[in-house]
Design a protein around this ligand. Structure first.
Ligand code: ATP
Ligand code: MG
Length: 372
């Protein structure tokens, strides 16, 4: 069973010093092993109340494992988890899932096919009389825009409607936190965008704290207030979408979030780096001598020039824009995004310039470097 819409926990919630009660979730040094696989490798994650946080990373990086540990479905091998200031794992605590006041929505919705919509939504409600339960079910259905659908069977609903029933079921017990694992991946592309927007609006209107897992960077950037980027069991950066894009903390984040090419650089000043395409200004003060420089295709400018530093190798034309690939004379590949006007062709020599300051990492920009 993949859904847990827990009871309201009757025990009072002591708020630990330091978070001021503003954190819905705090994971510290969270570790999980499956045999020899270190699936989660020291994850620290703080989720402010009322926020919508995305856990973004490639397949197999440990996202579902983190979510399952937070929900109480999987015991951590190390670290602590606190929900609204109450430690639920670690430091001697091990609170069962039904006492965590967490709602879960899974990819396949996990609706009970033999129960009506109303009974699906009522499933996790405890401690209410019949009238109270009925009222809360109707409220939850209204929250997701499904008033009047209570008697339907799940099989008589569209994918997007089933998704909203799963959300209503998770919202009904008023959980402190809702966890959604790849909630949109079951929907076809035409539905996905609208359902995403609907879900965001529903969560906002309910002032519901939520964490959702996705491997889709566009989904994470467009939906979440904060995005935690994860790779191989570790979190590289937690930031607002724009922060991730403009100030990536590691090379992995730079390349996973948006398009990026990297070239080597050497420090030429506090804010200056020498690269195969010339000297560039950097956004932040440089430390170290050997650097990795990130080039975003939309910042790369090309113009035909016999004495340029590179040669056009390919052009992908999309109509509204085009992506022109260039190889520099030193053998580094980079791309430039340009408007629809076709004025370059393969084999052309080009001069490469970059708009605005660039991001540069010390060393090779791996997580180890960023932390050291
Ligand atoms: N029950 C299990 N037994 C052994 N290894 C597991 C188990 N569950 C997950 N793993 C491994 O742990 C790692 C993390 O898995 P997890 O399911 O958390 O990844 P994920 O980020 O959710 O990936 P996806 O985007 O594909 O869902 C992977 O290497 C996976 O193979
Ligand atoms: Mg997963």
């Amino acid at each position: 069973m993949s859904l847990r819409t827990a009871d309201v926990d009757p025990t009072p919630t002591p708020v630990s010093a330091g978070d001021g009660g503003a954190l819905a979730l705090r994971c510290a040094a969270l570790v999980k092993r499956y045999g020899a696989t270190l699936a989660v490798d020291g994850v620290d994650l703080e989720v402010p109340r009322g926020s919508l946080t995305a856990l973004l990373g490639p397949s197999g990086c440990g996202k579902t494992t983190v979510l399952r540990m937070v929900a109480g479905l999987l015991p951590p091998d190390g670290g602590t988890i606190a929900i609204h200031g109450r430690t639920v794992d670690g430091a001697g605590a091990s609170v069962p899932p039904e006492r965590r006041n967490v709602g879960l929505v899974f990819q396949d919705y996990a609706l009970f096919p033999h129960l009506s919509v109303r009974r699906n939504v009522a499933y996790g409600l405890r401690g209410l009389d019949r009238a109270g339960r009925h009222q809360r079910v109707e409220e939850a259905l209204a929250l997701v825009g499904l008033e009047g659908y209570g008697r339907r069977m799940p099989t008589a609903l569209s994918g997007g409607q089933q998704q909203r029933v799963a959300l209503a079921r998770a919202l009904a017990p008023r959980p402190e936190l809702i966890l959604l694992d790849e909630p949109f991946s079951n929907l076809d592309a035409s539905l996905r965008a609208t359902v995403r927007e609907d879900v965001r609006t529903i969560l906002r209107e309910a002032e519901q704290t939520a964490v959702f897992v996705t491997h889709d960077q566009e989904e994470a950037l467009s939906l979440a207030d904060r995005v935690a980027v994860m790779e191989r069991g570790r979190i590289h950066q937690v930031d607002q979408p724009q922060g991730l894009y403009t100030r990536p903390a590691t090379r992995f984040v730079a390349e996973f979030v948006g398009d990026a090419d990297v070239v080597p650089g050497s420090r030429a000043g506090r804010y200056l780096v020498d690269t195969p395409i010339g000297r560039l200004a950097t956004a932040v003060a440089l430390t170290g001598e050997r650097l990795t420089v990130v080039l975003r295709p939309e910042a790369v400018r090309l113009r035909p020039a016999g004495d340029g530093q590179g040669t056009v190798t390919a052009i992908a034309y999309f109509g509204h824009d085009q992506l022109v690939s260039v190889v520099t004379d030193d053998g580094f590949e980079l791309r430039a995004r340009r408007g629809p006007h076709l004025d370059l062709s393969r084999g052309d020599r080009v001069r490469v310039d970059v708009d605005g300051p660039v991001v540069a990492f010390e060393g090779d920009g791996t997580l180890g470097d960023a932390r050291d």
